[in-house]
Design a protein around this ligand. Structure first.
Ligand code: TYM
Length: 347
């Protein structure tokens, strides 16, 4: 397989809000800390594929972010490659968008430092992620605290207008916007202030075993609540059939009182490309019937993706070439913003 260097020109937007510049630029990233889940797919990856021909797009395997918690270097390299391969298997086309490994573009860390010099410690310690994973523990890595400055750098470097993410990233996006505005106000207009782009359905896929929490790739490998994109179909079926539902019997879409059932309906709607999980509820007389359909629907999504994954994994040179090309393009795209930020701040 080979990749041509032709990049499409950005086409006019179909859903741009009036505050956005005429050219849409989309950035998003996934952290290679675990094997990707259905949550990563519907909150992020699937949506990257949907927009790749509508705007200038940069999608990144944000491996520097994976250093914020205890990690094994070999596993990190392996997961970085797995996530890059999944980007392609899901349908990202390196001719249409930039696929980049974050550590290949030094501008990310350079701009992160300038933003660390813009953000307040009080803002960083308020971040939910820091509170949950690090606060009060002396062995917490300093990079977990400064993580949002690096994330803001990721986004602002490319002049991003939109950032498609799942609901759990809302707080980080809000901080990114605040930092961009503060920097612009203090040092001059350098950054585009980006908008969060939220999934219409399944913006927060919940854990099948504990439907009050989000499905996370960082869950233990053996977790029955986490559907991984590379889980074999029989494992997917087993996980769905064992999903925790609720005490009642009726299939209703009630996120507060029946989070397990609502989650299954969200997943079903997402798998079918629909937008109305509540509207699906009436079609099922039992939880068992619903689960069988969900299992079929998820398998129908992951099976072809896994086939493409196997083909790509057999050709690691293609994935490496994609990343090499992505790094080249991303470096060129990031350079002017970094230069402008350095000049504005007095360097
Ligand atoms: P990460 O790696 O935890 O997740 C990657 C993307 O998947 C979404 N997501 C979900 N969406 C719906 N339901 C879920 N259960 C679910 N779990 C995860 C996340 O919202 C995210 O969109 N900080 C980011 C990575 C990052 C980034 C960035 C994202 C670093 N720099 C710049 C956007 C822009 C993170 O940890 O995502």
């Amino acid at each position: 397989m080979s990749i041509t260097t032709a990049m499409p020109t950005a086409s006019p937007s179909t859903f741009v809000s009036s505050s956005l510049p005429a050219t849409r630029t989309i950035f998003s990233g996934i952290k290679p800390t675990g094997r990707l889940t259905l949550g990563n797919y519907y909150g992020a990856l699937r949506r990257f594929v949907d927009v790749q021909n509508e705007a200038r797009c940069v999608f990144s395997i944000v491996n520097l972010h994976a250093l914020t918690v205890e990690h094994d270097p070999e596993r990190l390299r392996r997961l970085t490659c797995e996530v890059a391969t999944l980007f392609l298997a899901a349908g990202l086309d390196p001719r249409a968008c930039i696929i980049v490994r974050q550590s290949d573009v030094p501008a990310h860390t350079e701009l992160a430092y300038l933003l660390e010099s813009t953000v307040y410690v009080g803002e960083l310690t308020r971040m939910i992620q820091y509170k949950e994973k690090g606060r009060g523990r002396p062995m917490t890595r300093a990079s977990l605290l400064t993580y949002p400055a690096l994330m803001a750098a990721d986004i602002l470097l490319y002049g991003s207008t939109e950032v498609p993410v799942g609901d759990d990233q809302t707080q980080h996006l809000e901080l990114t916007r605040n930092l961009a505005m503060r920097f612009n106000r203090t040092y001059g207009e350098v950054f585009v202030v980006p908008e969060l782009s939220r999934a219409v359905v399944a913006a927060r896929v919940r854990d099948l075993a504990t439907p009050t929490t989000k499905m996370s790739k960082d869950a233990p490998e053996e977790s029955m609540g986490t559907i991984r994109l590379l889980d074999p179909p029989d494992v997917v079926r087993r996980k769905v059939m064992r999903a925790v539902t609720d005490a009642g019997r009726e299939v209703r879409y009630d996120v507060e009182r029946q989070p397990g059932v609502a989650n299954l309906l969200d997943i079903l709607a997402a798998c079918r490309g629909g937008t109305d999980p509540a509207g699906l509820a009436g079609g099922y007389s039992s939880y068992g019937a619903l689960k069988r359909e969900v299992a079929d629907a998820v398998v129908a999504v992951v099976a072809p993706l896994q086939e493409r994954y196997a083909e790509l994994a057999a050709d690691p040179g293609y994935v490496e070439e994609t990343l090499r090309l992505g790094a080249e393009r991303a470096r060129a795209m990031a350079a002017p913003t970094l230069a402008a930020a350095k000049a504005a701040i007095g360097l």
